[in-house]
Ligand binder design. Structure first.
Ligand code: HEC
Ligand code: HEC
Length: 198
């Protein structure tokens, strides 16, 4: 009998533990939708697209914002109210959304493509494609995120932030090293190409 009531108590606890974060998730994600869109496709091109991004990368970024390893005025205040369970739920939600979006046909950017596959860093013998893949879909080994189909304006901003070390949450300085020798116009050409990758 003791065992039975213990089991019932355990069931109740588990049930509540599941129900609580889900309710929190609904009210807390409503905030995110305003800037990132309800399916993670943002209208404002400085608000990154989250749809279809790797769950592990989203968790890392939200945790980095929370611990101030990554700092940005909008996001640093946004993550304050989120706990680890919220972060997990939110990351699962956005990573499960489709990244496909309508876009007008664009001229192909041959210079951007060439730069994307070019060995940029002589020290490391790496190109962007070495870690982010030939289609911009990222790589689990190096923890490189999906960058294909991201807004060009956000890409330009974040690449410049890596270059100036304003953003410094990249493992092993990978992105700070890769952007070190890029000029503004190379960053713009690269961003334009990456935003059109599918
Ligand atoms: C007021 C607008 C705004 C709101 C609200 C907002 N964000 Fe953001 N978010 C941004 C901006 C701007 C950036 C880009 C930060 C930068 O430039 O470094 C960003 C970046 C991010 C990133 C990093 C994406 C990447 O590709 O590295 C994640 C993840 C994210 N937001 C999730 C959320 C979640 C989850 C919420 C809700 C709790 C939220 N955001 C609410 C504006 C907002
Ligand atoms: C050695 C592997 C490596 C190489 C080479 C590399 N990256 Fe990255 N990149 C990463 C990792 C890892 C991250 C995630 C950093 C973090 O956790 O915040 C990242 C992040 C990014 C981001 C931020 C994505 C976002 O949503 O905020 C962009 C954009 C990017 N890389 C573009 C590039 C470009 C362009 C090149 C070539 C100039 C390049 N990367 C080369 C590993 C690499």
């Amino acid at each position: 009998m003791k065992l039975l009531s213990f089991m019932i108590a355990l069931l109740l606890v588990t049930h509540n533990a599941l129900a609580a974060p889900l309710a929190a998730f609904n009210s807390k994600t409503a905030l995110c939708f305003g800037c990132h869109g309800s399916t993670g496709i943002s209208d404002n091109s400085f608000h990154p697209i989250l749809a279809g991004q790797k769950k592990s990368y989203l968790i890392k970024q939200l945790t980095d914002f929370k611990t101030a390893r990554r700092q940005e005025e909008h996001m640093s205040s946004m993550v304050k109210a989120l706990n680890a369970a919220d972060i997990n739920d939110i990351a699962a939600y956005f990573s499960g959304q489709s990244r496909k979006r309508a876009q007008a046909n664009r001229l192909s950017n041959a210079a951007g493509k060439q730069l994307y596959f070019k060995i940029i860093s002589a020290e490391t013998n790496l190109s962007c494609s070495s870690c982010h893949g030939i289609d911009g879909s990222g790589d689990a080994m190096t923890a490189a995120p999906i960058i294909a189909a991201q807004h060009a304006n956000y890409l330009i901003k974040t690449l410049k932030d890596f270059r100036s070390h304003q953003r410094h949450n990249d493992p092993d300085d990978a992105m700070r090293m890769m952007t070190e020798h890029l000029t503004d116009s190379e960053i713009e050409i690269l961003a334009d190409f990456i935003s059109t990758m599918r």
